[in-house]
Design a protein around this ligand. Structure first.
Ligand SMILES: [Zn+2]
Length: 420
């Protein structure tokens, strides 16, 4: 075989380039010393310009839409052909890691650069999207970029304000984006063959099993509640144990039930992430407790069954302890299944690269959720180091895993067979 000047997609060089680009992109931050890059800030513009430059170098034409998405298009053999869409978000949480979202934008650019150098075209176009907003930090509304592309952008959120009191509408205009252009940002279904997203796992499953990559089965649905329990406050020294109406202990019992009920079933998780004893004191039997419940599962039936059991248990515990409960549902979202035909093509690509195939659900939300309104979606997870920590500066991954992910992504694209 003749030697080639182009590094193989899965080569160490490609992995090293992806890691270097992640470092370069992390320079674009609002807070020196930390990575914080929220929607339409100076740092956000800087990152967008950098992504656009890399896309152009990789042979793509680049455009920005009204939501601020950065869209690089690598034409197929026939110009104007429908596209395989890929990408992820380039906004971050506050004090973020550098791979969440960003990896899913720079990795495909690195792969397209390789095909561009080889002069290789496919029967379809490839569009790499840097979604402008996913995390919801600045305006308390999430998935703005992907919703714009899916045509499901809720224009009510244009009136949301940031901490400084500026509306999203004003921020968009100042940045040179016209909210009136949002409907035109929607991609016509017929032009999108599928959407695939590469993303760091943000959890410890692949790490613990010693696997670099995983095929996502579904993005978990979630149900969230705020529960307020009201018992009776009393003196910690004088109220006998059997006469108490302790709201905090009722809450603790419910919390332990949630942990038990959601344990042991793959893909089901339940969390009490907030637990307050308002006006609590060392020497007072708690009269009130307020806590959150977050239950997620890849399968909606599994989540609903767990939610029903938890609600029944709250009733039982409260009746036995003579405590009143007020339960407010604050969020409910169905799971988004990844298309079986795309999962199969990911699995084949992983196997062709000599790697074990592991399927797992995503407990976190992703841009793919929004894009599922216009196209079949699927995701490739990349092992997250450091115990699986994400949304934190110590989020990490290896150059070797970046190289493996690039090899699998390239293989996936090179063998991609659209379902129509
Ligand atoms: Zn993300």
């Amino acid at each position: 075989m003749a030697a080639t000047l182009t590094p193989a997609p899965g080569s160490a060089e490609t992995g090293a380039r992806i890691m270097a680009w992640a470092d370069d992109l992390a320079v674009h931050t609002e807070q020196p010393g930390l990575l914080t890059r929220t929607y339409l800030t100076g740092a956000h513009h800087g990152a967008a310009a950098q992504l656009a430059a890399w896309m152009r170098e990789a042979g793509m034409t680049v455009r920005r839409d009204a939501a601020g998405n950065v869209i690089g298009r690598y034409e197929g053999a026939t110009p104007g052909a429908p596209a395989l869409l890929t990408g992820s978000h380039f906004d971050t949480v506050r004090d973020a890691g550098r791979y969440d979202g960003n990896l899913g934008v720079i990795l495909p650019i690195a792969c397209v650069a390789g095909w561009h150098r080889q002069g290789r075209r496919f029967p379809f176009a490839i569009e790499v999207v840097g979604f402008a907003e996913e995390e919801g930090v600045r305006f308390k509304a999430t998935l703005l970029g992907s919703r714009a592309i899916a045509g499901t952008f809720d224009t009510n959120v244009l009136d949301n304000v940031d901490e400084a009191g500026k509306t999203m509408r004003e921020a968009m205009r100042e940045a040179g984006f016209d909210p009136a252009g949002l409907p035109a940002a929607a991609h016509p279904r017929a032009q999108v063959l599928a959407f695939v997203e590469v993303h760091i796992e943000q959890g410890p499953v692949l790490l613990n099993e010693g696997l670099p990559l995983g095929v996502v089965t579904a993005i978990s649905g979630a149900t969230r509640f705020i529960v307020e329990l009201e018992g009776l406050a009393g003196h910690a020294g004088t109220v006998p144990m059997d006469m108490r109406r302790d709201a905090a202990m009722a809450g603790a019992e419910i919390g332990l039930f949630i942990e038990r009920r959601c344990g042991g079933l793959p893909g089901l998780v339940g969390t009490v992430g907030q637990f307050d004893v308002p006006n609590g004191a060392t020497n007072v039997v708690p009269g009130r407790a307020v806590f959150s419940i977050d239950i997620r599962a890849g399968e909606d039936a599994v989540r609903r069954a767990a939610v029903d059991d938890v609600l029944a248990e709250i009733e039982r515990v409260c009746a036995r302890r003579n405590v009143r409960a007020q339960i407010r549902k604050t969020h409910e979202a169905a799971s988004v299944p990844c298309a079986p035909w795309l999962q199969a093509q990911w699995a084949d690509a992983i196997a062709r690269q000599g790697l074990p195939v592991r399927h797992l659900p995503s407990g976190a939300g992703h841009d793919a959720m929004a894009i599922s309104a216009i196209a079949d979606v699927a995701m490739l997870f990349v092992r997250c180091g450091n115990g699986g920590i994400s949304h934190h500066p110590t989020e990490t991954m290896t150059a070797a895993d970046a190289a493996s992910a690039a090899a699998v992504f390239s293989d996936f694209v090179e063998h991609f067979a659209p379902q129509r």
